[in-house]
Write a protein that binds this ligand. Structure first.
Ligand code: NAD
Length: 353
């Protein structure tokens, strides 16, 4: 297993060290894991003037999987767009054709009280949101701001090719097969032709997956159902823009941004794995960041790229164990629990393993 390690900026560097401790523990158990580190984001810009240096991209291309921390920082906000740290991750997704973004929203029973919803609505939630990542209105041409009839007009193009819908749809059916066999496709076919095509292609694909139950929901209703009764869903599949919004909404059901991993996969299951949160400049360098989303991203890597479901389950089990022991970082702190820092939390997961 060749893994490129890209810590990035801010807390990305602190939480990656904890994920590397877990990798070391797995190595000691006999797993054949090779890792190589490279700079990305603001750290890379500081060194070379490029947030995604060629050497880093090459390493990512040659690896089987990429473990990514986070990028960004207020000191880079005034840079031209193509030099900004966030550009590195966008470009890497495009270069590696990572079109399938998996975002689980899982509520550990110990943390059900951290959600802004009532615990009984979210306790035991285990939902997977699959978002298409390389097309849709974020990439469609033409786009821009022009002047027409004496005023400014902004415009973007929502565009999906049949082949793009088909490949993300297939990933959705395959994931549903490995879970509860229920796939719900999200669209806005009542007003948008692009998503009428989306729905038509999903219906065509369903013929190849008779063992999976396919349903459809309009995006506005989906946003409502996610806060009304999120446990009705198993796997949701949707386009880039709807997925962007719904996956952030779903992440809040769980209560902490510091607990949620994600994966972006290509057609051969090569993947980039990262926590959903950013570089958290407000707490960077203080040793208080929650490393669990990073460690759970590693567990996803074992499951989805390397097919090591047993090892993935062990890492997830170790995370559950430390939560059950009452250890909490500041973002998930509850009365009566023991407040720990990044290092202690990572160390406890390794001990749990
Ligand atoms: P953020 O996710 O970095 O932080 C939001 C809030 O959540 C902050 O208060 C932060 O302290 C807290 N938080 C985040 N992760 C945490 C963790 N592991 N443990 C404890 N608390 C945690 O989002 P932001 O503040 O909007 O963005 C900061 C920077 O990160 C920006 O430069 C942004 O562009 C970048 N960003 C990068 C990525 C990425 O690398 N994929 C994603 C989102 C944002």
């Amino acid at each position: 297993m060749k893994i490129a390690i890209l810590p990035g900026d801010g807390i990305g560097q602190e939480i990656m060290v904890e994920a590397e401790k877990v990798l070391d523990a797995l190595r000691r158990d006999g797993m054949k894991i090779e890792t190589e580190r490279a700079v990305i984001g603001g750290t890379a810009y500081d060194q070379s003037g490029d947030p995604l240096p060629d050497a880093t991209l090459k390493l990512a291309q040659q690896a089987d999987a990429i473990l990514f921390g986070a990028v960004g920082g207020t000191q880079y906000d005034a840079l031209p767009r193509d030099k900004r740290p966030e550009r590195a991750i966008l470009r890497m997704r495009k270069e590696l054709d990572l079109f399938a973004n998996l975002r689980p929203a899982t509520v550990f029973p110990e943390l059900a009280a951290a959600s802004s919803l009532k615990p009984e609505i979210v306790a035991g939630l285990d939902l997977m949101i699959l978002r298409e990542l390389t097309s849709d209105i974020y990439f469609g041409q033409p786009r821009g701001i022009k002047t027409e009839g004496g005023e400014r007009v902004g415009f973007n193009t929502m565009l999906y090719k049949e082949s793009e819908i088909r490949r993300i749809g297939r990933v959705g059916f395959e994931i549903a097969r490995k879970r509860g066999r229920k796939l719900c496709s999200v669209d806005k076919m009542n007003v948008l032709e692009t998503t009428q095509l989306w729905r038509d292609v999903m219906v065509e694909l369903a013929k190849d997956y008779p063992d999976v139950e396919l349903t459809h929901i309009l995006v506005d209703n989906c946003a409502m159902q996610l806060v009304r009764n999120p446990k009705q869903f198993d796997v949701l599949v949707t386009g880039n823009m709807f997925g962007d919004i719904l996956s952030d909404e779903a992440s809040m059901l769980t209560g902490s941004i510091g607990m949620l991993p994600s994966a972006s996969l290509d057609a051969k299951n090569k993947g980039l794995y990262e926590p959903i949160h950013g570089s958290a400049p407000d707490i960077a360098g203080k040793g208080v960041a929650n490393p669990l989303a990073m460690i759970l991203s590693l567990a996803m890597m074992l499951r989805y790229t390397f097919g090591q479901a047993e090892a993935a389950g062990r890492v997830e089990g170790a995370v559950r164990k430390v939560l059950a022991q009452g250890l909490r970082t500041g973002d998930i702190q509850q009365p009566g629990m023991r407040l720990v820092g990044t290092k202690e939390m990572g160390g406890a997961v390794v001990a749990g393993l």
